[in-house]
Design a protein around this ligand. Structure first.
Ligand code: ADP
Ligand code: MG
Length: 701
């Protein structure tokens, strides 16, 4: 892999920088924090994406860049003779990632994640291996030289990715542990609390359940036979009952017919009887009617009699009144006469008394002779009046007799009146009876006619009471027999139902046992599965143990291989860098560095500081080489980031000088340093500097 160019847009401190990577040794020079390491971090990020960045994605885009500005890196390189153009970008508020790769001008990948995968596949290594192989840091060199052997060994193994095997081994071990636990659990599942084999127990249970099922089936068959028998019996009884029902109904029908006849016959009898009765009644009524009519005939002059009576009565009343009036008049006259007599007597007495000399009380003349004349006149008048009174009294007496006679006649008339009234009432009664009788007779005649008509309609009825009674008793007998058959039928039905229910229960229980068997079978199946799984787990455990052993030995083998390989590669580099002065360096079993001088191995302390630096650099570069080779590819560039630590000027110069002669192995060597004077010793210089705005720029010198 040879780097061709890189364009950085808003990547960390770089706003917009483009440089072409020269071949040979290039010093990458700039003050601390200007973005030297960033430049190479950008290469890894472009190829592998966010995993290869130092920080989270949000911190990658340049601070101060506008939100709409994307952060973008374009990298051009040659790999396996193909020209790659890889672009990675984060843009927008959400920093959405995109990426693409073009090989020889043809786009092969589009999308951030697919790009990472594509690169990993092409280069044959993940980002960590990539980093380790191209990027050597001073820290690592320090570690290689100053750490104790065990730490050194750890670092080397980690750099070479042997720790990946360790991880695998520990993964296998944890798998094994898990499997062992699982096996224990599964084994536990196969036995019950008493430690008995569960499958065996379930099998015994199935046997028991099957025995129960057999018994149940036998009983069901028995009951089915019984059920069949009852069914047959039921059919027979049903038929019998049906026959009895028909016979009963037939008799009932006959009885009904006879009953109809009977009622007709009874009706006929009633009609005949009624007709007779009505006829008798009618006859009686005729006689009564005749009598009534005769009675009525006797009262035909009653009106006239009443008229005459009334006339008589009127006459009587009138006469009586005339008499009474006369009597009263007589009485008045008599009273008046008596008064007059009294007055006259008084006058006569007074005249007699006064004598003839006295003056007339009326004419005031002296009476004289007149007195006697007057007394005589008075006496005659009084006598006359007495005579009149006498006559009146006699007449009065006659009138009294007359009125008595009329009163008696009146009493007789009153009696007659009563008698006549009674007769009127009697006649009214007779008339009413007559009307009633005539009405009744009319009604009864109609009735009679109707009844006769009804009777005629009934016609001749032949009803045999004896036969009817016989049929009635037959109906009762048939009914009783029919009812008996029904009771028997009910009994049988009940029995049938009982058996049906019992049968259903048995079948339900059978089903239950069936289900239980199925459950037990399922349990067995489950247990068998557990057993199978257990067996599988046991086999897998065996395999895992084997794998673990293999991996362990593989690891041991790798480690044993690594040292000679590392030594060989480092020796080659060291030989070249020392111009053949030292042909061999070696890591011993303790990972201590040995340098051979004239065939004799010496620990590194024997040599100069510069030689020690070189030896360690060779070890580090050998590690890079091994990783690259293991991936089946060749990286023709290497980045050495601040590898100069405490070295003095001469030592630095020596290293750079030797690196210059290293072009056979590494076409591009980038020496990152903040030491400015390095530029005098390198072929090319890449100056990185920061402007006032904090933006970094790169310049090739
Ligand atoms: N997103 C960023 N925007 C601007 N500067 C950044 C951003 N991320 C890191 N930096 C700066 O980049 C510098 C680190 O660059 P680095 O390449 O490590 O320096 P050096 O030249 O010492 O290798 C630091 O000063 C750090 O503040
Ligand atoms: Mg740095």
């Amino acid at each position: 892999m040879i780097l061709k160019s890189i364009r950085l847009k808003n990547f960390r401190k770089f706003k917009d920088s483009f440089i072409e990577f020269p071949d040979g040794v290039t010093g990458v020079i700039g003050l601390n924090g200007v973005g030297k390491s960033t430049l190479f971090e950008a290469i890894a990020w472009t190829l592998y994406g966010p995993v290869a960045a130092r920080t989270s994605t949000e911190q990658i885009k340049r601070e101060g860049a506008a939100p709409s500005d994307p952060c973008r890196v374009e990298l051009d390189f040659i790999f396996d003779d193909d020209a790659y153009h890889v672009v990675r970008e984060i843009s927008g508020k959400n920093l959405s990632a995109s990426g693409s790769a073009t090989v020889n001008g043809k786009q092969v990948v589009n999308g951030a994640e697919v790009l990472s995968k594509f690169i990993q596949k092409k280069l044959g290594m993940d980002w960590k291996s990539f980093y380790t192989s191209i990027f050597a840091k001073q820290k690592e060199l320090n570690t290689l030289s100053s750490m104790n052997p065990s730490e050194r060994r750890q670092l080397i193994l980690r750099m070479l990715g042997i720790n990946a095997i360790d991880e695998i081994i520990s993964q296998i071990r944890s798998d094994l542990k898990e499997k062992k636990n699982l096996i224990e659990t599964l084994s536990g599942m196969l036995v019950d609390e008493q430690g008995n084999n569960r499958i065996l127990r379930f099998q015994q249970e199935i046997e028991r359940q099957q025995q129960r099922l057999k018994e149940r089936s036998f009983r069901i068959e028995e009951q089915q036979r019984h059920h069949q028998k009852i069914q047959q019996e039921l059919l027979k009884i049903k038929k019998d009952s049906e026959t009895k029902k028909i016979s009963y109904e037939k008799n009932l029908q006959t009885a009904a017919l006879l009953e109809e006849k009977k009622s007709k016959s009874e009706k006929k009898q009633r009609l005949e009887h009624d007709i007779k009765t009505i006829e008798t009644t009618l006859q009686e009524r005729k006689t009564a009617l005749k009598k009534l009519q005769e009675n009525l005939l006797q009262t035909r002059n009653l009106e006239k009699e009443i008229q005459e009576f009334e006339k008589q009565q009127e006459k009587n009343t009138d006469s009586l009144q005339v008499l009474l009036r006369k009597k009263e008049q007589n009485l008045t006259i008599t009273t008046r006469l008596q008064d007059e007599i009294t007055q006259l007597s008084a006058k006569k007495h007074s005249i007699e008394k006064i004598g003839p000399k006295a003056k007339c009380p009326t004419c005031e003349r002296v009476l004289g002779d007149q007195q006697n004349k007057l007394i005589k006149t008075y006496t005659e008048d009084i006598a006359k009046k007495h005579q009149e009174t006498q006559r009146l009294m006699e007449e009065q007496k006659k009138l009294q007799d007359e009125s008595d006679r009329f009163s008696r006649e009146r009493q007789a008339l009153q009696k007659k009146n009563m008698f006549l009234r009674n007769r009127v009432v009697e006649r009214e009664k007779t008339q009413s009876s007559l009307r009633h009788t005539t009405g009744e007779m009319e009604r009864e005649t109609n009735q009679l006619e109707q009844k006769k008509k009804d009777l005629k309609l009934l016609g001749d009825i032949d009803f045999d009471e004896k036969y009817y009674q016989q049929i009635r008793s037959q109906v009762n007998d048939c009914y009783r027999l029919y009812q008996q058959s029904l009771t028997t039928l009910d009994g049988i039905k009940e029995k049938q139902q009982e058996i049906t229910i019992a049968l259903k229960e048995q079948e339900g229980e059978k089903k239950l046992i069936d289900q239980q068997i199925k459950t037990t079978e399922r349990n067995i199946e489950e247990q068998q599965q557990v057993q199978k799984k257990l067996e599988k787990e046991r086999t897998e455990t065996q395999h895992c143990s084997m794998l673990s052993e293999v991996m362990e030995s593989f690891r041991t083998y790798l480690i044993s291989q690594i040292r000679p390989m590392l030594s060989a590669h480092a020796s080659e580099l060291f030989n070249e860098l020392t111009d053949g002065k030292y042909s061999q360096i070696e890591l011993d079993e303790n990972y201590d560095l040995l340098v051979y001088d004239h065939g004799v191995a010496y620990t590194i302390e024997r040599f100069s500081g510069g030689e020690e630096d070189l030896a360690n650099l060779c070890i580090r570069l050998a590690i890079s080489e091994i990783i690259t080779e293991r991936a089946g590819s060749v990286f023709q560039f290497v980045i050495l980031d601040e590898i100069f630590g405490s070295q003095d000027q001469i030592r630095k110069q020596n290293i750079i000088k030797t690196l210059n002669g290293f072009s056979s192995k590494f076409k591009q060597i980038f020496l990152i340093t903040h030491v400015d004077d390095i530029k005098h010793f390198t072929e090319h210089t890449m100056m990185i500097s920061e402007d006032d705005a904090g933006i970094s720029w790169i310049k090739i010198e």
